[in-house]
Design a protein around this ligand. Structure first.
Ligand code: CAA
Length: 381
């Protein structure tokens, strides 16, 4: 077993780190405060290949593998978690699902501009009455000849306002295990409307909106995968997505620890840097242990995916542990900063807010534990 990253992986990590520190970090606080979508930065990320990291070269992607992707996403998150979640949903769930389930025409039509950063992907599963219980969605798609009429509301959709293509999950049958179908929706479709824009606690530069569909006419050619197989499209997309959220958690926590170390060395109390006090040293040590453990889980899940192994359980473990770890670590970072950790002048205040959603989106950690337990019990059969 080798824990060493390849030359190529180190190069990609450095490229993402340089970009994140130069382009994203200086703007992150302002974007958060003013809720500014990072459109310019996303264009540059497209040029650098960061928006098609898992897509094959045939469709304009870089085919860099999940380990490289996880490393790059962590670097982006260390500078701006809002940009990182947009990158994660776009690469892991959207590009990944189109490449895996799309027709040749769909891949040409969507993957090529997505990898170039010309359009960003969104994923619309959640509804007002269907969060953890994803099979309870009510949004309906009624087939009428060569098209479907879609009606319903989707909630909490990342990039729903600024995205150029949305993977929508809708009900094509009242019930049954083959009742849900995935569709590729573009904002130009009549009957598609961006509704309520949420005012959130954190990750404020990424838009989170309601999407409302009223007799939205979607051609049959926009079905992603087979009719009735949409839940599998969603779940397999979420396996990949959860590795993305775990990578984001890792980068955010690393950034918080780096700030805490810097501050603890600078801040003097009782005539000496507070880093001299064992109470703080042990907090820093716990943060470092937590981060390292999460890193191994994240990279293991990513490597399993690259080897083509079933990574459902590993992805849920990585997401669950890394997101809780990021909440602990950002909390410690605020504590180490004392009163200065609670004001917006120091980045740890934003990191702490940005971390809170990590245990909730892409499946709450209660759902991750359900998935892990279920996989575990299956193995024991
Ligand atoms: N890969 C492929 N297929 C899978 C799968 C996986 N990991 N997991 C399940 N499936 C398939 C099953 O094989 C089954 O197919 P068949 O009926 O053909 O056998 C089908 O999907 C149904 O599976 P389950 O019986 O397991 O379904 P369930 O109702 O028990 O639900 C659940 C399982 C794990 C609770 C699921 O509902 C779930 O993950 N809920 C959480 C939803 C979620 O993560 N939402 C996040 C929204 S997106 C987001 O947050 C993005 C963002 O903005 C950042």
């Amino acid at each position: 077993m080798s824990f060493e990253l390849s030359k190529e992986q180190l190069m990609i990590q450095k490229m993402a780190r340089d970009f994140a520190r130069k382009e994203l970090a200086p703007l992150a606080a302002e974007r958060d405060e003013k809720h500014l979508y990072p459109a310019d930065s996303l264009k540059k990320m497209g040029e650098l290949g960061l928006l098609g990291m898992l897509v094959s070269e045939k469709y304009g992607g870089e085919d860099m593998g999940t380990v490289s992707y996880a490393l790059a996403l962590s670097e982006i998150a260390a500078a701006c978690a809002s940009t990182a979640v947009i990158m994660s949903v776009h690469n892991s769930i959207c590009c990944g699902s189109i490449e895996k389930f799309g027709t040749e025409e769909q891949k040409q039509e969507f993957l090529v501009p997505m990898t170039a950063g010309e359009i960003i992907g969104a994923f619309a599963l959640t509804e007002p009455e269907a969060g953890s219980d994803a099979q309870a969605i009510e949004c309906s798609a009624a087939k009428q000849g060569d098209h479907y009429l879609i009606n319903g509301t989707k909630r909490f959709i990342t990039s729903g306002k600024n995205g150029g293509v949305t993977i929508l999950l809708a009900r094509t049958k009242p019930e049954g295990s083959d009742a849900i179908t995935a569709f590729l929706i573009t904002p130009d479709m009549p009957g598609f409307k961006v509704d309520k824009v949420e005012d959130k606690m954190g990750q404020c530069a990424s838009d989170t909106v309601d999407l409302v569909f009223t007799d939205c006419k979607v051609p049959v050619s926009r079905v992603l995968g087979e009719e009735g197989k949409g839940f599998t499209v969603a779940m397999s997309g979420l396996d990949a997505g959860r590795i993305g959220i775990a990578s984001l958690s890792l980068g955010l926590a690393q950034a918080a620890m780096d700030e805490a170390v810097k501050y603890a060395k600078q801040r003097k109390q009782f005539g000496q840097p507070i880093a001299n006090f064992q109470g703080l040293q042990w907090m820093l040590a716990d943060m470092a242990i937590d981060i390292e453990a999460a890193r191994l889980l994240v990279l293991n899940a990513a490597a399993m995916k690259d080897r083509g192994e079933n990574c459902t359980m590993a992805a849920s473990m990585a997401k669950c542990f890394a997101s809780e770890m990021a909440n602990r670590v950002t909390g410690h970072a605020v504590q180490i900063h004392g009163g200065y950790g609670y004001i917006k002048e120091y980045p740890v205040e934003r990191f702490y807010r940005d971390a809170r959603i990590l245990t909730i989106y892409e499946g709450t950690n209660q759902i991750q534990r359900h998935v892990i337990a279920r996989e575990l019990l299956k193995k024991g059969k």
